[in-house]
Write a protein that binds this ligand. Structure first.
Ligand code: SF4
Ligand code: SF4
Length: 227
């Protein structure tokens, strides 16, 4: 199947960007977290993105941002499900990677979780953008408020070139400086420190986001030079 056909169908489903990565791009992924560890027949990873309605991050009340984020996960999973059906109707087996939970890997002490495939890395490997100093994924046009989905297929499709035409400015430390937990070192995020601040339980035990400063202050929040 041609990459163009896949991208056109993904766009029809509402994806705002779609790219393809081959397995060679995942050679440095941790053992157990490579596409072929999930689906041994996998030959290509189809990755797509969609932007959250961005003003949600400007609300002082945490409910709109939290609810919008959870709905984004549902939207991404819906697109991934339809993509799987599309591939199956073309005699290609397709396996969905969840947009969020469930995980298999969870370290309670460190409050550290790992999705079955890192969607941020997959999006980079599919040429859709870069990983910022905050470790958030950034698409040049849409910024960092994008959600990512992926489908693993047992067909070889031409991969996309990596996005190498933009990066974090050398001297930018906005995200690192804005973090109330000093959870970032420019390479990784200490998930325990982050989760202690970025989630809280309200009302009847509802989980709400309580911090998104690293996303909010980024130069690329809603696209290139948006800060
Ligand atoms: S969400 Fe908040 S606490 Fe977590 S890394 Fe970003 S700024 Fe720090
Ligand atoms: S705030 Fe600056 S350093 Fe951090 S991710 Fe955005 S552009 Fe990169």
């Amino acid at each position: 199947m041609e990459a163009k056909q896949i991208k056109e169908f993904a766009a029809k489903l509402g994806a705002q960007g779609c790219g393809i990565a081959d397995l060679a791009r995942f050679i440095n992924a941790p053992e157990g977290f490579k596409p072929q560890d999930i689906f041994s027949a996998c030959q290509s990873v189809v990755v797509f993105i969609k932007q959250m309605p961005t003003a949600a991050i400007l609300a002082e009340n945490p409910v709109p941002y939290t609810h919008t984020a959870y709905k984004m996960y549902e939207e991404i999973d819906r697109i991934a499900m339809e993509l799987c059906r599309f591939f199956e109707s073309n005699k290609i087996n397709a396996v969905l990677v969840p947009a969020d939970v469930p995980y298999l890997a969870w370290d309670q002490d460190k409050m550290h979780g790992k999705g079955i495939l890192s969607l941020k890395h997959a999006a980079v490997q599919a040429g859709l953008g870069i990983m910022g100093r905050s470790t958030l994924f950034i698409n040049k046009t849409l910024g960092n408020m994008v959600y990512i989905g992926a489908v693993l297929i047992d067909a070889a499709v031409e991969p996309d070139p990596l996005a190498e035409d933009f990066k974090c400015p050398e001297n930018c430390r906005r995200c690192l400086d804005a973090c109330p937990q000093q959870a970032m070192d420019g390479i990784t995020v200490n998930q325990k420190l982050c989760r202690e601040k970025s989630f809280f339980q309200a009302g009847r035990g509802w989980d709400l986001y309580n911090c998104n400063q690293c996303r909010k202050v980024c130069l690329y929040r809603v696209g290139k030079k948006s800060g």
